[in-house]
Design a protein around this ligand. Structure first.
Ligand code: ZN
Length: 293
């Protein structure tokens, strides 16, 4: 579906605002940064919502039908919305923000040939491609506002560049041997690649996959062998799996603590710093550094 960029959407007359619907909050935040109040944008998935499992509601279908443009993540993040998005792509622009990332920068998933890790927002530099994809599309689609989109996205990219450097510097506070990030599901692969931290998840790349006793035991043994101090829960994933790992460690006399809650596949509440992409990344890094340093 990457590249459903047919231009059959409602013509833009320069007067009425473009109505944009996004799947995740992170994409909505990127659109807002690129477009400001020149567009109306709503996200279907709010704080704490798991995009892997999310199914479109009747209300969502109405919003998607009413939209002029739809931006989604792609790479099968929205695993249960594929059909809806594909159908919609026949009537209006439906754009995967991941589509502009070169293949060489996409992580493959071991055991699943041709499948890529969809969690592109965890490397700020890769997320910049998503911002460019949104900006390029809007500039072409809404030429009257092209200059506004172009200038705003340039400014935002500079903010993201500085965020990227801040993340790198912050993680330097964690001793190298302690740079291990353990979470419920494998969302942080790009984060690990970009910021040189070893990453392990109990569940696979999607929360659809189940974890078993063997996975828990393996992770418990790994934590004890590496003397890891803290592991992390995620705001959009059940805490049960990580609690099972903590209990498993305790049974073997290793006291690993829950280092805090990370915003993995959803942002924090609107109106809080964590309700923006930059705030979400900064909060995650602070939580990780405070627990592991
Ligand atoms: Zn995920």
């Amino acid at each position: 579906m990457a590249g459903c960029t047919s231009n059959q959407g409602k013509p833009v007359d320069g007067k009425s605002k473009l109505r944009i619907v996004t799947t995740t909050g992170m994409i909505k935040d990127a659109v807002e940064n690129v477009a400001g109040d020149q567009v109306e944008v709503i996200a279907l998935m709010g704080p704490g919502v798991d995009p892997h499992l999310y199914k479109a509601t009747q209300g969502d279908l109405q919003k998607l039908t009413d939209a002029d443009v739809v931006f989604y993540n792609g790479l099968h993040l929205e695993g249960k919305m594929g059909e809806v998005l594909e159908k919609l792509g026949k009537t209006k622009p439906v754009i995967a923000v991941a589509s502009g990332i070169p293949d060489s920068l996409l992580r493959t998933v071991p055991g699943f040939q041709g499948t890529h890790d969809p969690h592109i927002w965890f490397d700020v530099k890769r997320w910049e491609y998503a911002v460019h994809t949104i900006s390029d599309f809007l500039q072409q689609h809404d030429t009257a506002q092209a200059k506004n989109y172009s200038e705003r996205s340039k400014r935002y990219i500079l903010q993201l560049d500085s965020l990227h450097e801040q993340v790198k510097q912050s993680l330097q506070q964690v001793p190298e041997a302690q740079r291990v990030l353990i979470t419920a599901h494998d969302a942080f692969g790009y984060f690990g690649d970009a910021y040189h931290i070893h990453v392990r998840g109990l569940q696979g790349i999607s929360t659809v996959s189940e974890f078993g006793l063997k996975d828990v035991t393996e992770l418990v043994n790994f934590i004890i062998s590496r003397k890891i101090k803290a592991i992390f829960i995620e705001t959009s994933v059940s805490h049960k799996s990580i609690e099972a790992v903590v209990a498993g460690c305790r049974d073997k006399n290793w006291n690993v603590k829950i280092g805090g809650s990370l915003y993995s596949d959803a942002m924090g509440p609107a109106g809080t710093p964590e309700g923006t992409y930059i705030g979400m990344v900064s909060a995650n890094v602070k939580t990780i550094v405070d627990a592991l340093k």
